[in-house]
Design a protein around this ligand. Sequence first.
Ligand SMILES: Nc1ncnc2c1ncn2[C@@H]1O[C@H](COP(=O)(O)OP(=O)(O)O)[C@@H](O)[C@H]1O
Ligand SMILES: [Mg+2]
Length: 138
Amino acid sequence: MYISKSTEHTERLANKIGVRIKSGGIVCLYGDLGSGKTIFTKGIAEALNIEKFSIKSPTYTYIRHYKKDRFNFYHIDLYRLEEIDELMLKEIEELIENGKNIIVIEWADRMKDNLPEKRIDVSLEYLDENARKIEIND
Ligand SMILES: Nc1ncnc2c1ncn2[C@@H]1O[C@H](COP(=O)(O)OP(=O)(O)O)[C@@H](O)[C@H]1O
Ligand SMILES: [Mg+2]
């Protein structure tokens, strides 16, 4: 368990997770709006040499794809979805099946029955303006 004292602190914690999943993996992010899930995603992306400023909450789509020479990075945000239908689940499951893909899912609890066992769970909680409690389980 960590207490992050700043946005940068959260990004540094996320950098370490990014390094760990360089050859493929899935990170599930949990926590309310403003708890820092997108900031955490930026930190993961940074460790993968993806321009962190290009990471933003997917607005018109729920999956954003970042293609690099050696890997594919997918940033999924399930927040805006009214409901997650079979087609979306199928699409996400296909991405997960490819073990080389690097996948980050915000609001992963919304598809909790369909998450793979092999994953890293990160729960973020708002403590005060600049502090967040961050729990990492794998
Ligand atoms: N310790 C911290 N960790 C992460 N974000 C923080 C922290 N302190 C303040 N913030 C701010 O909280 C907001 C988190 O927003 P965001 O990552 O978009 O949340 P979410 O994706 O969970 O809705 C950002 O504006 C960020 O600058
Ligand atoms: Mg977000």
